[in-house]
Ligand binder design. Sequence first.
Ligand code: ATP
Length: 355
Amino acid sequence: MPTTPQRPPKIAVLPGDGIGHEVLEQGLRVLAAVAPDVTYEHFDFGAERYLRDGTTLPDSALERFRTEFDCIYLGALGDPRVPSNVHAKDILLGSRFKLDLYINFRPVRLLDARYCPLKYKRPEDIDFVVFRENTEGLYTGIGGQFKRDTPDEIAIEQEINTRKGVERIIRAAFEWADTHGKTKMCMSDKANAMRHGHELWQRVYKLVAAEYPRIQASHLYVDVLTMRMVQAPEEFEVIVTNNLFGDIVTDLGAAIQGGIGLAASGNLHPGRVGLYEPVHGSAPDIAGKGIANPFAAILTAGMMLGQLGRPEDERRIGDAVGACLLAGHVTRELGGTLRTAEAGTAVLDALSAQA
Ligand code: ATP
């Protein structure tokens, strides 16, 4: 999956809305310390720009992302002044679909047991990766409404599962597992109730799994998966699932790893520019107060470096955030007293202490 550019990496920075600006600022400080050769260009796509001139994400910008950049580093999107959040949909879903970023890559790793809501679970018990299909399923908007606002109203939402789409996400998960020394794969669907699309998942999963005999391939219906993630998260190394179930189980993953302020994600298509973002949203309730937790954005920066072929830099950033958690150098929602910028400084201090 990692692309290794010949020239210094070039990152498109989209702080977006709300706390996106605050957390990305800290992520960029950490990137500057760990990878000083990386270059950046800032883009102002977000609610402010949309309200000013109606721009969401022009095709010309997408084309530049595709051809000139190695990564897109996104803060968060969403603003109460745009109730429909049309700008957020255009920018986020637009890049996912138009850049065909079919992998939503979400590591779930507990860095410090004290932040885990599950009893007796240690960091070694919660360390897995979810591959969520990112371009199909129930999130394509295909469907319609009939007899709207009448007692006979009908609303249909169609789930899209293509052979190509199912196969490539399953293959990506196995490929990643194989290259990262993992031996356990779990595919999750609801084939007992959704007999057409999810039966396709079952068939394709078996076919691809046969190509990776070293990896133990299991299957769980999604209701059982969510139970096992709470009861025995140590059972999992790699999970692959569809768009809707992936959305849900990755938020559950964020909760068991210590909260949404610690969860990083990548939207990927091997060999192409990827879009990396903290899992949390723009959090309008705390935006501008300087109290947002920047760790998810900082871990996301680490993930970008890992995907750029610098796993040692990714490990250093993860360790630095882990050291901050251990020392209690955390923001308020994790029980600490640090403000956003102070939490960024704490990570920089922890990085210096590693040297
Ligand atoms: P959406 O997810 O729809 O974009 P949102 O920003 O309100 O919207 P979440 O990101 O799920 O949703 O956040 C829910 C709440 O969690 C926020 O309102 C905020 O109070 C808190 N929160 C989210 N991210 C952080 C963070 N980085 N630091 C501290 N608190 C956060």
